[in-house]
Design a protein around this ligand. Structure first.
Ligand code: PLP
Length: 364
């Protein structure tokens, strides 16, 4: 008997490691490991989800028509250029599958989202990374890595796990510097948190040509990670491709219903954004006062660099916090072994985090 073997390259993939959600023995858990929305979704979204439970015998709307119209209205986009997916992860995967293959290269930056190398390899393409500068995507470094084999460039803007962003002018300069046949995918998973005037998630660039796609998600500010719902805004030809290859019912009915209600509850979204700003600023200030290096962030998480000494390094801090039921994310696999990524939680969660790290840093 011989075991069926997957395509070459599949077994080179390092599986994605999700953030911890459990700490055996801890009295309570504060999960700060997956950049979820700590305040939870809109109550209206939860009610819509429950109501949708009455119709579980029916297939969902394959085209997600109402939801695409609502997204278009909310973000001032063209509904015909929107495709919804089972999380934005699904859309990123389908783009890699459809536009890259064996012999091709897929480009991203040094500390880029770890899904990018996974989906590049899954497509049979070679993942290529370009160095960042001071935890920021470096447009010149990316352009320097482009070859005639490059098919896709993935840029998370803002970045995960860095929390930094590039202004619209830099993203436009990247697009201008890329050959026309290269698809630029702008991953705006954290776009709703950004308030900087010079930021754009990239819808305007999508409209301006045929080779930019913007991906977005309901997993972050809308607090619907558990439902798996993302969307992309893409040129007509890319929309056509995605609609040929996606599963016909890739977004469940309850997910569509909840997302429609979440979009309509702009007061809730605004509250989440404001709370996040308040507690991100407070936590960053408090942790800096402890002597930790907190990278400037425009998102719902911060990346914190710990000292090198074994008693106070990132590994020790992770163990200390986890024993206390507070779960950050280790990011050695993102090339940042000296740092932890910490999601911004509620006021009381951030109070407990700062108190725990104060004890940790004061211990000799
Ligand atoms: C940069 C980035 N892109 C995409 C995603 C995936 O989001 P989704 O839940 O929509 O699949 C994440 C999730 O953490 C992310 O950090």
């Amino acid at each position: 008997m011989s075991t069926p073997t997957p395509r070459p390259g599949i077994l080179d993939i390092d599986p994605y490691v999700a953030g911890d959600s459990d700490a055996p023995g801890a009295a309570r858990i504060i999960k700060l490991s997956s950049n979820e929305c700590s305040l939870g979704p809109s109550p209206l979204a939860v009610a819509a989800f429950r109501e949708a439970g009455e119709y579980l015998n029916r297939y969902p709307d394959s085209a997600a028509g109402d939801l695409r119209k609502a997204i278009a209205g909310n973000y001032n986009l063209d509904a015909e250029k929107i495709v919804c997916g089972n999380g934005s992860d699904e859309l990123l995967t389908l783009l890699a599958q459809a536009y890259a293959g064996p012999g091709d290269e897929v480009l991203f930056s040094e500390h880029g989202f770890l899904v990018y190398p996974i989906i590049a390899r899954f497509a049979g393409a070679a993942p290529v990374s370009a160095p960042e500068r001071d935890l920021k995507v470096d447009v010149d470094a990316l352009l320097g890595k482009v070859t005639e084999k490059t098919r896709i460039v993935f840029v998370a803007n803002p970045g995960n796990p860095t929390g930094s962003y590039l202004p619209a002018t830099e993203i436009a300069r990247l697009r201008e510097g890329l050959p026309e046949h290269v698809l630029l995918v702008l991953d705006g998973a954290y776009a709703e948190y950004v308030t900087a005037d010079d930021y754009s998630p990239g819808g305007d660039l999508v409209d301006a040509g045929d080779n930019v796609v913007m991906t977005r998600t309901f997993s972050k500010i809308f607090g619907l990670s558990g439902l798996r719902l993302g969307w992309c805004y893409a040129p007509d030809a890319v929309v056509d491709v995605l609609n040929r290859v996606r599963g016909p019912f890739n977004v469940s009915g309850p997910a569509q219903a909840a997302a429609l209600a979440a979009l309509a509850d702009s007061a809730h979204t605004e509250k989440i954004r404001a709370e996040n700003e308040t507690w991100r600023a407070w936590t960053s200030k408090e942790l800096s006062a402890l002597g930790l290096e907190v990278a400037s962030s425009v998102t719902n998480f911060i990346t914190v660099r710990f000292p090198n000494d074994p008693a106070h390094n990132a590994e020790a801090a992770n163990a200390f916090l986890t024993a206390d039921g507070i779960l950050p994310r280790k990011i050695a696999n993102y090339g940042l072994p000296g740092s932890l990524r910490i999601t911004i939680g509620t006021e009381s969660e951030m109070g407990e985090l700062v108190a725990a790290l104060t004890r940790f840093m004061e211990a000799s």
